[in-house]
Design a protein around this ligand. Structure first.
Ligand code: SF4
Length: 187
């Protein structure tokens, strides 16, 4: 029997641990794909990429990295639409994953964005399902949030960098206005 190959979009290292283990337990041969032009500033991008590389090494996960870091392009696409910025942010990353999955012959794709309890879970699912139909590659949905604690503990044990905000400069500023809530996109 041929093993089915899945491309897993990784938003960072810590969020990838539980989804990776779950998908492998389901029989998928998983490859990671790091593409996150939303992360600002550049030093933060580097720290999250480094954590993703550490998870990749420790878990023997082949990793594809798109490190064409262009915060200006990201900001141009969300400025004056700041309250809706997550739609663009999710879409651009999910679409990139779906296109690479299709081009490289993967059987399906998924995303670690479905792991965070603080993200807009239903919106991510909706965008991914729509992208899957448009690009023509199956999307695997799992509610990875149920493994939040397990993933969190594993990340702590690995000693990898765990971010304090969602990613863009807006979320970095907002964490100070929301009682210190971490990793939270706008309402
Ligand atoms: S809050 Fe998070 S999901 Fe929303 S635009 Fe910023 S980085 Fe992207």
């Amino acid at each position: 029997m041929t093993t089915r190959r899945l491309l897993l979009h990784m938003c960072c290292g810590p969020c990838a641990i539980y989804p990776l283990r779950t998908l492998r337990a389901d029989g998928w041969s998983v490859h990671g794909f790091f593409y996150n032009p939303n992360i600002q500033p550049c030093r933060e991008f580097e720290r999250r990429l480094e954590a993703a590389r550490t998870v990749s090494e420790r878990e023997e996960l082949p990793l594809i990295v798109r490190d064409d870091y262009d915060p200006v392009e990201f900001l141009r696409n969300v400025v004056f639409r700041e309250q809706q910025r997550c739609v663009y942010c999710y879409s651009v990353r999910i679409e990139a994953a779906a296109r690479i999955a299709r081009k490289s012959g993967f059987d399906a794709f998924s995303t670690t964005l479905l792991y965070s309890k603080l993200q807009k879970h239903e919106l991510i699912e909706e965008i991914a399902r729509d992208t899957s139909r448009r690009i023509g590659v199956p999307f695997i949905y799992r509610d990875f949030r149920q493994g939040w604690r397990e993933g969190h503990e594993a990340a702590k044990m690995m000693g990898i960098y765990r971010q304090q905000y969602c990613g863009c400069i807006y979320s970095e500023a907002e964490r100070y206005h929301r009682g210190g809530k971490k990793d939270r996109p706008p309402k």
